[in-house]
Design a protein around this ligand. Structure first.
Ligand code: G16
Length: 550
């Protein structure tokens, strides 16, 4: 067993000192805060990624530098495990510990203890592939990351400026290269070719969909959407908008999936473009989320969020398994979070098994792996569909007995290719939605009519310390601060069809309040009153704006 390269670690770590006044936490989506304070975190994540690779026998680990839906001054970093999934839970704790070591010496000491405790064989090779989104703080942060990768003696591959889902795809493609599970060619082109080829087979013979406006949130999705548009050609005409990736402060600003979902409004920049009856969709800053919407005949805005996508897609997969004669072998299940609209949960659970898990793609992904086909979507549009290894085997060995069965089987096989099964992927999900709409000959309105959403409202509350908020029951109930849940229960009882929950955000320094009720004004009032309770309970943070209605 070789030893830690202490000299190289120390000299490079000295270039990236930890700010003494800050504490970092690997949260819902990795480390995420102001880009200007993340230098030391990036360096240490580079080292950690190298060690993770060594621990997993030289498998390639991914690192994505992004703050996704957050405003432009924020940045962040998340680690990606060998199959393209989020970092294993236990290592999140290690990441937090290492990020908070106060000095270079303390960091190297913590590393030694960590290597010993986890029995990491340092003689193993280490490989890391990394990418970043379009944020101005990205290049300097990537350079700190590269120092970390170098310090631990790992081999780094720079995937450049690309989306989070492409990075996840690359990790899986690299690690499966030359194996029977080969996921695809390990390049952006490989990703685009795989999705496009499958999409073309799935919509062959169907009437072409009308041109689709794609709001790219002025983020990195613009780059991949442009390439996808080129490779799709006339099969699906994409109109990418909000593609100003170099305009200061444009990222996620009054556009993108998070804006649409939380404000329940059309991005103002689309107001003059979107016609009545036409549908459009929004990605977020790193293109791992997708929200659809349309204007009805009276130009009223209607949103088709992650819950609606799950309902549409799950029904389609069920139909295909039946048509292929596989309904007894391949069962479909749904995974949601507490944010799922009550209307969707009722509709889906009357038809399929539904599980509720805490916020965060990693939780949904793991729960979805337990089904033959797991359809997981957060209401915010983050999600995908997973086919278990067993169901993939079933698809490849099944002998259809009629031409209709054979057609359905082929569609199922192509669905496994058009879907990015490593993580939620806005553009891959968009193709999936378009496939289903083409097969069902649904308009946005027909899709929307699957079930009716309950009016709901999401509010952010700025508090002095969000860490005092602890939850249970998949974040549906608060256990701390003590007594607050009882007050919430008392209040919610007064609202017809009222449902509410409070949880600390893992990506922003706020507490989130969700409320729904039968009537819009009641949902708004309930959210506001619960936010008031939260604020009163904690004293808020007088230096900052207390409650933000989105
Ligand atoms: C990330 C996570 C999502 C989560 C969202 C908001 O999304 O990947 O699973 O729903 O943050 O989390 P929170 O409410 O804890 O702030 P993204 O798109 O920002 O990476």
């Amino acid at each position: 067993m070789s030893a830690l390269p202490v000299d190289s670690l120390k000299s490079l770590a000295d270039l990236h000192p930890k700010p003494s006044h800050l504490t970092f936490q690997y949260g819902t989506a990795g480390f995420r805060t102001l880009g200007s304070v993340l230098d030391s975190v990036m360096f240490r994540v580079g080292v950690l990624a190298g060690l993770r690779s060594k621990k997993l026998d030289g498998k390639t680990i991914g690192v994505m530098v992004t703050a996704s839906h957050n405003p432009e001054p924020d940045n962040g970093v998340k680690l990606v495990d060998p199959r393209g999934e989020m970092l294993e839970n236990a290592w999140e704790v290690h990441a937090t510990t290492l990020a908070n070591a106060p000095t270079t010496d303390a960091f190297v000491e913590a590393l030694s203890a960590f290597v010993k405790a986890l029995k990491i064989d340092l003689s193993k090779p280490a490989r890391v592939v990394y990418a970043r989104d379009t944020r101005p703080s990205g290049p300097a942060l990537v350079s700190a990351l590269e120092d970390g990768i170098k310090a631990i003696g790992a081999e780094g591959r720079d995937a450049g400026v690309t989306t989070t889902p492409v990075l996840h795809y690359l990790v899986r493609a690299i690690n499966t290269k030359g194996t029977p599970e080969e996921y695809g060619e390990d390049s952006e082109e490989g990703y685009l070719n795989k999705l496009t080829a499958a999409f073309k087979k799935l919509v062959a013979g169907k009437p072409a969909s009308p041109p689709l406006i794609v709001d790219c949130a002025n983020g990195v999705g613009a780059k991949i959407a442009a390439k996808l548009s080129e490779s799709l050609g006339d099969t699906l005409r994409l109109i990418p908008v909000n593609t100003a990736t170099t305009t200061p402060e444009a990222l996620n600003n009054s556009c993108g999936a998070d804006y649409v979902k939380t404000s329940q409004k059309l991005p103002p920049s689309l107001a003059s473009q979107l016609k009545a009856g036409q549908r459009a969709c929004s990605l977020d800053g790193d293109a791992d989320r997708l929200i659809y919407y349309y204007l009805d005949d009276r130009s009223k805005f209607h949103m088709l969020d992650g819950d609606k996508i799950a309902a549409l897609v799950a029904a389609f997969v069920v139909d295909l398994t039946k048509a292929a004669g596989l309904e007894s072998q391949i069962k479909v299940g749904i995974v949601q979070t507490a944010y799922a609209n009550g209307g969707s949960t009722k509709y889906l659970s009357e038809r399929l098994p539904v599980k509720c898990v805490p916020t965060g793609v990693k939780h949904l992904h793991h729960a979805a792996e337990k089904y033959d086909v797991g359809v997981y979507f957060e209401a915010n549009g983050h999600g995908t569909v997973l086919f278990s290894p067993e169901s993939l085997k079933t698809l490849s060995s099944h002998q259809p007995s009629t031409p209709a069965q054979s057609t359905a089987l082929n569609y199922l096989v192509q669905l496994t290719n058009v879907i990015n099964q490593t993580v939620g992927d806005g553009l891959s999900d968009m193709l999936l939605v378009e496939v289903v709409l083409a097969h069902k000959a649904y308009s946005g309105e027909e899709w929307d009519s699957l079930y009716v959403d309950l009016p709901n409202r999401l509010v952010k509350v700025v508090v002095a310390n969000r860490n005092i908020f602890k939850t249970e029951d998949a974040e549906r109930r608060l256990v701390s601060p003590p007594g607050l849940q009882t007050k919430i229960d008392e209040l919610v009882r007064r609202y017809n069809g009222g449902r509410t929950f409070v949880r600390p955000s893992g990506t922003e320094d706020v507490v989130r309040v969700y409320a729904e009720a039968i009537v819009r004004s009641q949902a708004d009032e309930l959210a506001f009153r619960i936010a008031g309770l939260v604020y009163d309970e904690t004293g808020g943070d007088p230096a900052r704006r207390p409650v933000e209605f989105l």
